[in-house]
Design a protein around this ligand. Sequence first.
Ligand code: SF4
Length: 280
Amino acid sequence: MKIYVAQNSGFCFGVKRALKKTFDAAEERKKRIFTYGPLIHNKQAIEKLTDLGVESVDNVESAKESTLIIRSHGIPLSIYDKAKKKNIEIIDATCPFVRRVQEIAREYYNKGYKVVIIGNPNHPEVIGINGWCDNNAYIIENDSGVKDIEFTPKMCVVAQTTITLEKWNSIIDKLSEKAGELREFNTICLATKVRQESCADIAKKVDAMIVIGGYHSSNTQKLFEISKKYCENSIHIETSDEIPFEMLEGCEKIGITAGASTPEWIINDVVKKIENKGGD
Ligand code: SF4
């Protein structure tokens, strides 16, 4: 029996990096430390972090004189100043791809451009980017938002990293009528697309497919849908306790993929259990 783990599965680069920084910090500091908002939405990972003394807070004050970890979504610039004043050590795990968007927003805002962010106004990443241009950006989520934008001589457009290319293209088309000079920065990160493509590639060549991730995780559900399309014998599980060994009986090739909030140790655990056929 051969096991194929999708090349791009589980955490994206930015989340993996943030999690590593957090575990390293918790082990080095050996005291209660904080993350600015929950680091990831995965029950097992959060339990592990809690055991190590990592707690999520939604305001800087709660981390007074301690360590505050900035998650991959990033934060507004003003939070760094607040933390400094409260004597808080910052560990910055802002994803470098998000940092690029923040820096573009700041640079063009300082050059006198009106910044437009295409994305969800309530998403922490977008709130963070806006905080790099004095909370002065137009934030639009769909085509209909363009009509509320006034004509401006100089406009700079960036994207929330997880929007689709279709959304970007359709809004950019309309925005060109709203600006004298339009500087476009397509800052979409392709992590999700690549993960889905890897899932399809594996599902096409295996006898059974296991998709690991939270039952409420929409990106895991999407992976499961893709997997089923190419491999009838697909199943969605959360942890290695749910591996359907009867389903795998007689399968020569087994594929595994995982949603964006599934930690590597859960994926490895599933692989190990299948290799050992249920034993430890
Ligand atoms: S920008 Fe891409 S790599 Fe970075 S955290 Fe977001 S999805 Fe992950």
